[in-house]
Design a protein around this ligand. Structure first.
Ligand code: ADP
Ligand code: MG
Length: 225
């Protein structure tokens, strides 16, 4: 039996972090990383100092990962509400993640109806889709599997269905989804699902999670048009 839950109202404490903040943080990170990399190949550096540099670089990469989970598509002009096509954005995101899927032995199947248009923040939506697909792929990283994506229209709603054959979740784990910094991964940020719930609830949509441990998970997102 699959566990079935609806999350409509999720707190999204940090979801208003503006895009310009991301931009302002990313630049100094990149610069600092560059100088540290230069230092680390310097001939005069001691072994002990090398260890400090390596730690610093690792922490910088971690900071970048957090930005990527949260603000990968953010642009300095911040909110970007446009009349956009969900089907096209999903296709774009799927293409970006195809190499990552292949690397993890995951095949992607993709089904969609005709174009599905409505007004939404395109950067946020892309980020939300990336986070969903990335989690699905990561859940299958041991054995590989199939990631199936469906995007379709149902009555007055558009529906996104993302199904994986990964490790799945228990009822308790499902209830943790969307809490800031909740992660079961060694290198996880625990920000991806918070972003997903934040984006979908802003659109008055609903996220349904069905999951079974070691079988897989289905996320069904319903957004009114
Ligand atoms: P992160 O991916 O950095 O861990 P997320 O907020 O994206 O953070 O996800 C939080 C947690 O939710 C993950 O660590 C994982 O335990 C669980 N999770 C999310 N999506 C899936 C999925 N498709 N299959 C199994 N577990 C999932
Ligand atoms: Mg994630």
């Amino acid at each position: 039996k699959r566990e079935l839950y609806f999350h409509t109202e999720k707190l999204h404490v940090m979801s208003e972090l503006s895009a310009s903040v991301s931009h302002e943080i990313r630049n100094p990170l990149t610069v600092t990383k560059g100088f540290l990399q230069l230092l680390s190949v310097s001939k005069t550096i001691t072994q002990k100092d090398q260890v400090y540099i390596d730690y610093s670089l690792k922490e910088l990469v971690r900071a970048e990962t957090i930005l990527n989970d949260y603000l990968a598509f953010a642009k300095p002009q911040s909110i970007h509400m446009v009349y956009a096509d969900l089907k096209e954005d999903m296709e774009y995101v799927k293409n970006i993640l195809t190499p990552f899927a292949r690397f993890n032995n995951v095949d992607i199947t993709y089904q969609f109806s005709n174009s599905l248009k409505r007004k939404y923040d395109q950067n946020q939506m892309k980020q939300c889709l990336i986070n969903l697909l990335k989690n699905a792929i990561e859940s299958m990283k041991e054995e590989g599997g199939i990631l199936s994506i469906h995007v379709f229209e149902q009555g007055q709603n558009m529906v996104i269905r993302v199904e994986d054959e990964g490790i799945g979740m228990t009822k308790q784990e499902i209830l943790q989804l969307g809490k800031p910094f909740y992660s079961t991964k060694t290198e996880g940020t625990g920000l991806g699902m918070m972003m997903v719930y934040g984006t979908i609830s802003k659109l008055k949509g609903e996220v349904e999670v069905q999951s079974k441990k070691s079988k897989g998970t289905i996320f069904t997102i319903t957004i009114p048009t």
